[in-house]
Design a protein around this ligand. Structure first.
Ligand SMILES: [Fe+2]
Ligand SMILES: [Fe+2]
Length: 409
């Protein structure tokens, strides 16, 4: 008997050691994921792996509500396929009250380990909402609801794990203190990672806002360009995606492209705002906005400085070498400059400017086709047509109200 107990203890210790090792590895993975959406998915995935269960959801606290942000369910994914599950998944918000299991945990900070949610006592403060089961023909049985507490012990969210499985795939209750402790530790690491990722996301949004504002300030003389900067930046990302650029490169383009015309600050109003045709000298002055922009941005030291300088300097170069300021040819023009060149021209053509009316989509398409290999890199023209639907959506979503005055660059 004693020997048996000893053996059981050894097995338990070995299991615990393995799980702690896993937990450490998960902790490292969580802290290195900065994309909030991916991080949230990863948390549920790792928690489910740690205690072996069929499904899991994650809620994030936002003011007085719990936002339902992630849902994973192996049984349903097998039955309906991943695409259908994504379609079914709808985010919603719950009030933080004791009535729901996740609300209860968010409010009290307590862990709930329920062997069968259909057997919750009628006298219990919390109830289970069976809508999910009914809608999806699913049977939730065992459930582990754990708060995500940050380093100040504040609950920032709730993880809800459903249907623990034994080795044979049978639903069993979550294994008491062991599962609770494991998910609790993961929850604390997850909470810190979520807070960091949220902070990064907020900082990036603030940074992008600043870039838009500063770039718009440079364009402010050019009153009818309105949302031009946001549109060009978003078209450029859509083109980059089609060209297969990595996420980091797309991010660089998103932040750097709004500054393509920042050099306009250095162009005298008499030239920039001159009504009617410009003479050769005035054209030369206006073309200098590329060089001025490149110079301004070469003083920046941040992660986007190299690419913003590149874009400001080369967004008027043409693929056949007839552009300005350096008459670069083909791939001598950096890819970012070639992308923004098309995005910028497309937006100028499709929008009404005070010196010209908006062109029809058909006419714009004709021009872009005709300019493939001349003004534009053919590869980017292909990416443009492949992402045309998304580009038009960006245009529709960010329309502006034209005012007076407009420059011609
Ligand atoms: Fe420009
Ligand atoms: Fe522009």
């Amino acid at each position: 008997m004693k020997l048996l107990m000893k053996r059981k203890k050894i097995v338990e210790n070995e299991y615990l050691e393995k799980q702690v090792h896993k937990l450490n590895k998960i902790g490292i993975a969580l802290t290195s994921e900065q994309n909030l959406d991916k991080l949230l998915e990863m948390i549920v995935w790792e928690a489910r792996n740690l205690v072996n269960c069929d499904a899991g959801s994650l809620y994030i606290k936002k003011d007085d509500l719990l936002d339902f942000v992630v849902s994973q369910n192996d049984t349903m994914t097998k039955r309906l396929g991943e695409a259908k599950i994504k379609e079914l998944f709808k985010t919603f918000s719950l009030p933080i009250t004791k009535e729901s299991v996740s609300g209860y945990t968010a409010l009290t900070g307590e862990i709930l380990n329920i062997p069968d949610v259909y057997e919750i006592s009628k006298n219990s403060e919390y109830k289970i909402n069976l809508d999910y089961d009914r809608r999806n023909q699913y049977r939730s049985r065992s459930m582990l609801v754990v708060p995500l507490k940050d380093n100040e012990n504040k609950v920032i969210g709730v993880i809800q794990l459903i249907n623990a499985l034994d080795k044979a795939g049978n639903i069993i209750p979550f294994s008491g203190a062991m599962a609770e402790e494991l998910i609790c530790s993961l929850g604390s690491q997850a909470a810190v990672a979520i807070k960091n990722a949220q902070l990064t996301k907020d900082l990036k949004a603030a940074y992008l806002d600043t870039i838009y504002c500063l770039s718009e300030a440079a364009e402010s003389k050019d009153k009818d360009t309105g949302m031009h900067i946001q549109r060009v930046s978003n078209y450029s990302v859509a083109l980059g995606k089609k060209l297969g650029l990595a996420e980091r490169e797309l991010e660089l383009i998103l932040y750097a492209s709004p500054m393509h015309d920042i050099g306009k600050v250095g162009i005298p109003d008499a030239v920039l705002l001159k009504p009617g045709k410009l003479d050769v000298e005035e054209r030369k002055i206006i073309e200098q906005h590329t060089v001025i922009g490149g110079n301004i941005l070469s003083k920046a030291k941040g992660p986007f400085s190299k690419i913003s300088k590149e874009i400001a300097l080369t967004h008027h170069e043409k693929f056949d070498g007839t552009g300005y300021p350096n008459k670069l040819i083909g791939e001598e023009i950096p890819l970012s400059g070639r992308i923004v060149a098309l995005a910028d021209v497309f937006d100028a053509l499709i929008n009404k400017r005070c010196y010209k009316s908006a062109m029809s989509c058909d006419d714009v398409i004709e021009i872009i086709k005709k300019e493939s290999g001349k003004h534009f890199d053919p590869k980017i023209v292909t990416a443009f047509f492949d992402s045309y639907k998304e580009i038009i959506e960006i245009f529709e979503k960010n329309k502006d109200t034209p005012l007076e005055n407009s420059t011609k660059i």
